[in-house]
Write a protein that binds this ligand. Structure first.
Ligand SMILES: O=C(O)CCC(=O)C(=O)O
Length: 352
């Protein structure tokens, strides 16, 4: 036995040593020749990656002035004129919205009716009560939300006009699973390029980067979305507001399609239940908002006329940022929304 040991052990150890050295060498060569980490590298923070990987929209990034932050939001979808989008490209788009949170489409020019048709390729089109949009309906297009500082009759809305100028998630007031709303925002006229951007927060990233202690504390809490608390609905008629019961969302939540973990925050105006007191709930929501809106988790989109942004509200918050609204500058965007239609939980979506 001893003989066998002394004869075979050294050669076995030698073999292991040689193998280890070769492996180490290969690893060192791989590291030495690996490409520089790309600024397009994406981290999906628990989302199943997109079936088709897309580059991110980061023009000007080399100057480090814009678009810094989130590693995932703002993928560029380039399938030509979206008026001609076929079902398989629409499927790629819906999957990209799930995986990247926010998708950017450049160089489009859609009429209101064409925007509604495009939105219908992403799911079931949402129609909101007219009074929720500040009584500014688009004539004969109930699914369109006018997001602009001029009324449809051409008069200026005034310096106080604002819509969506706070961090929020569209659709939080719908009872689950209808809270899973995809928004489509199309820019027709935009202010000078350094103003009026839309900011986005990555709520999957916000969960991934939260301390274990805060995850545990937030794990017992939910936000209560009430149409009465949502600033954009302040002009909603009593009749329309009465159609929406409160909706409760666990703050530590999962994505309805791929089950990836995320934070669901709604907006700062919401009440929080599940903690020792209302004040503790508010304090927790404030802390999580501060964490989620930190620069490393945000993407700011600087608009060009013709842009379309498509985003998933379950996994992002957004915020309209200021511009010189003195009546001399127009900002004219149109929003539609869809409930995505899905037949599986793996991230592969079927278009209705
Ligand atoms: O105008 C913007 O930049 C954002 C609009 C908005 O908040 C919304 O569509 O919910």
């Amino acid at each position: 036995m001893t003989l066998i040991h002394t004869r075979y052990f050294p050669s076995c150890a030698g073999f292991v040593a040689v193998t280890m050295s070769v492996l180490l060498l290969v690893t060192m060569i791989e590291i030495a020749f690996a490409e520089e980490p790309s600024c397009y590298a994406t981290s999906f923070f628990g989302a199943a990656p997109a079936v088709t990987q897309l580059p991110l929209n980061r023009p000007g990034r080399e100057a480090c002035e814009r678009y810094v932050g989130s590693e995932r939001l703002g993928a560029l979808f380039d399938h030509g004129d979206v008026k001609k989008l076929n079902a398989s490209s629409a499927k790629v788009l819906v999957d990209a919205v799930r995986a990247y949170g926010v998708v950017v489409i450049k160089g489009q020019n859609l009429s209101r009716a064409e925007q509604v048709s495009f939105t219908a390729k992403l799911g079931e089109v949402v129609v909101l009560p007219k009074s929720f949009g500040g009584n500014d309906p688009e004539p004969s297009q109930p699914a369109i939300q006018r997001i602009t500082n001029f009324w449809s009759n051409g008069t200026w809305k005034g310096p106080q006009h604002g819509f969506g100028d706070y961090w929020h998630q569209d659709g939080d007031f719908w009872t689950r699973p209808k809270h899973h709303v995809i928004s489509v925002l199309h820019a027709q006229i935009v202010p000078p390029s350094d103003q009026g951007e839309t900011g986005f927060v990555d709520l999957r990233g916000a969960y991934a980067r939260l301390s274990m202690k805060l995850r545990k504390r937030a794990g017992g809490a939910s936000v209560i979305a009430s149409v009465h608390a949502i600033p954009d609905f302040k002009n909603g008629s009593a009749e329309h507001l009465a159609q929406f019961p409160n909706s409760h969302h666990p703050i530590v939540d999962t994505h309805p399609i791929d089950n990836g973990p995320l934070l669901y925050l709604g907006c700062q105006a919401l009440q929080v239940e599940g903690l020792e007191s209302e004040a503790s709930g508010k304090a927790l929501l404030k802390m999580l908002m501060t964490h989620a809106t930190s620069p490393s988790l945000t993407y700011f989109h600087y608009w060009d006329a013709g842009d379309i942004l498509v985003w998933d509200n379950v996994q992002t918050m957004h915020h309209a940022f200021p511009y010189n609204n003195d009546g001399s500058v127009k900002r004219e965007l149109y929003r539609t929304q869809a409930w995505p239609t899905t037949t599986s939980t793996t991230g592969m979506l079927e278009i209705s």
